[in-house]
Design a protein around this ligand. Structure first.
Ligand code: ADP
Ligand code: MG
Length: 585
């Protein structure tokens, strides 16, 4: 019920409109059904020649209905009663249609809103938090959990609609014969009570399904991303085994759900029949209630109990899906708590230099940088080299503001980066990572990433500046050639040039290349270094590598090792001996 309340709070107007439509549908049906007993009474009277059938007594409801028709000046003939009966049922159908259409739209809306909220929250998280998130779990949340949440909402609304309906039926039945109705209601709730374990069981299975899907999708995504070494070493069966085991667990959980659902359906029917057989016997043999009354009563009471049972069935389906909603919401909330502080409000200015001033940084209690001071003057081409794990990427992340130092400062001209509007600063940066990820799309699309504001001319300029124009112009479709990671005929160096063009098309002030040339052969690396040398001056370049090739191209170089930084004397380096002058550590 907490789920339904949550949805009501999230969509109050829509929910109220839906409920009111459902309530009126129930009332219209109640009015229609109220005609039945008087109708039967009139039929009996007419067919028995004006005489009341022996033992037939008018119920309260019948008297109220007939009284009502007399007040509005209509005589309750078969025709009039029939018209009201049919009218009530038709009106019910129309109102139900209205309510159901509304519910259908809202179900789609719930899934959409949850998806958007998840993406928004995830993209706004701190970098340190983000990198530790399992991708598969988010794919699962986006696809299955959002759908199951919407399902939970749909079934929750149906439960409410059915309960409303049961209440209206109970109202009509109470007017017909309150004692019998109370007994029937008691029996109805008793049946629900006996079967409630099947609902709890289904709920547990639903919860397991939610957990399993999360871990399974996380595992699957990781496996698919690293399938090549697995296949190359013929170890894919190991991953296959784990995936199979988890998938089979999921299968068992789904079976449990099926069993609970089917068992509930299967048990409801006999229980209700036993109850009615017993009820009919008591009513006709012990209490000697006339057949006409018994038939209409039985019709109403069966309707009440069936409606309650349907509500239980829908409730069962709801609780199976419910855990997906809570899982998704907890992801959204956790992401919101890990929200990234986007620095200050100062507009970034980069005319002079970026400086790291006595910066220390550690991941948790693992120190990576200690008291480091570095500067990158505008228009220069700087290189940072050092063994992997030295903290080079950490320096880049400090410059882009993805990480902030535990002590010391990052200066952007005279502004502390902590006071700068970080998104505005990042828009001035072109960033090229080691892993070139090309979309399976045209070169144009890969450079613009779908941003329509770039003209073909700008794309061409960026490709030229990145040294990619020569080989692209040779391809049959030019910038419309479809490239991609798989099956693409581009070399690693060519792919990397396209990603450099992607960084350049925004006309950044600072171009960062994090191991962008590390995976390339010496010739491609040298070609890209030459391109970078041409770009420097108009652009500030910071290239990071664990190889030394980049040293020749750069104007200034630092070597990072053992949490400290050394300035590399370029003249000494040019003679082949990488010397270091003890820099401020
Ligand atoms: P480099 O880029 O020089 O190879 P990094 O800056 O990526 O090195 O990492 C420096 C050290 O910090 C490494 O030892 C690495 O294991 C650790 N590290 C990097 N990122 C994280 C992280 N998100 N959480 C914990 N430790 C990290
Ligand atoms: Mg790195």
């Amino acid at each position: 019920m907490r789920l339904i309340l949550t949805f009501f709070k999230a969509y109050p107007t829509q929910s109220i409109i839906t409920l009111v439509a459902m309530l009126f549908a129930g009332i219209a049906e109640g009015i229609g059904l109220s005609m039945l007993l008087p109708l039967l009474g009139v039929v009996i009277k007419t067919t028995s020649g004006g005489e009341s059938l022996a033992g037939y007594t008018q119920s309260n409801l019948e008297r109220y209905v007939i009284g009502f028709f007399h007040t509005i000046g209509l005589s309750p003939t078969i025709g009039v009663l029939m018209t009201f009966f049919v009218g009530g049922i038709v009106l019910t159908a129309l109102l139900s249609l209205l309510a159901n259409k509304k519910v259908g739209y809202m179900v789609a809306q719930v899934a959409t809103d949850l998806r958007l909220a998840l993406i928004r929250a995830l993209f706004a998280t701190r970098w340190e938090y983000y990198v530790h998130q399992p991708i598969g779990m988010y794919t699962n949340a986006f696809a299955t959990e959002a759908n199951r949440s919407a399902d939970a909402y749909l079934y929750g609304i149906r439960v409410i609609a059915l309960l409303l309906r049961a209440t209206v039926y109970a109202g009509v039945a109470l007017l017909m014969a309150w004692k019998e109705t109370l007994i029937a209601l008691g029996a109805g709730f008793f049946i629900l009570f006996i079967l409630r374990r099947l609902v709890t069981k289904a709920k547990k299975a639903g919860q397991r399904q939610t957990n399993l899907l999360n871990s399974l999708l996380a595992l699957l995504t990781d496996t698919l991303q690293s399938i090549k070494p697995l296949k190359a070493m013929a170890r894919e069966d190991m991953a296959d085994l784990v995936l199979q085991k988890e998938t089979n667990k999921l299968n068992r959980v789904l079976r449990k759900q099926v069993f609970s659902k089917e068992a509930l359906k299967a048990l409801q029917e006999p229980l209700i029949t036993i109850f009615f057989a017993f009820g009919l016997y008591v009513a006709m043999i012990w209490w000697q209630i006339p057949l006409a009354t018994v038939i209409t009563m039985a019709f109403m009471l069966v309707k009440i109990i069936k409606t309650l049972q349907n509500a239980q069935k829908e409730h069962q389906t709801m609780v199976i899906a419910e855990s997906a909603y809570w899982s998704l919401v907890s992801k959204i909330q956790e992401n919101e708590r890990a929200h990234e502080e986007l620095g200050g409000t100062m507009a970034p200015i980069f005319d002079d230099a970026i400086r790291l001033d006595k910066v220390s940084f550690s991941y948790g209690d693992k120190p990576v940088l200690q008291n480091i001071s570095l500067d990158f003057p505008r228009g220069t081409f700087s290189a940072i080299i050092g063994p992997s794990g030295a903290g080079k990427t950490t320096i880049v992340d400090l410059i882009t503001g993805l990480l902030s130092p535990q002590s010391g400062r990052v200066w952007l001209d005279d502004l502390d980066l902590a006071a700068v509007d970080l998104r505005a600063w990042r828009r001035m940066i072109g960033y090229v990572p080691q892993e070139t990820l090309l979309l399976h799309d045209s070169v144009h699309m890969n450079v613009t990433l779908g941003d329509a504001k770039f003209s073909a001319r700008e794309v061409e300029d960026a490709l030229r500046a990145a040294g990619a124009w020569a080989f692209i112009a040779e391809m049959a479709d030019g910038i419309n050639t479809v490239v991609g990671e798989r099956g693409s005929r581009l070399s690693g160096g060519q792919r990397q040039r396209i990603t450099i063009a992607r960084a350049l098309v925004h006309k950044p002030k600072l171009l960062i290349l994090d191991e962008a040339t590390s995976a390339l052969d010496p010739a491609s690396e040298a070609a890209i270094c030459a391109t970078l040398r041409q770009l420097r001056g108009t652009l500030t370049i910071l290239a990071i590598s664990h190889q030394t090739a980049i040293l020749d191209a750069a104007d200034r170089a630092y070597r990072l090792e053992g949490r400290c930084v050394h300035v590399i004397d370029k003249d000494v380096a040019a003679r082949g001996e990488v010397g270091s002058s003890g820099a401020p550590a």
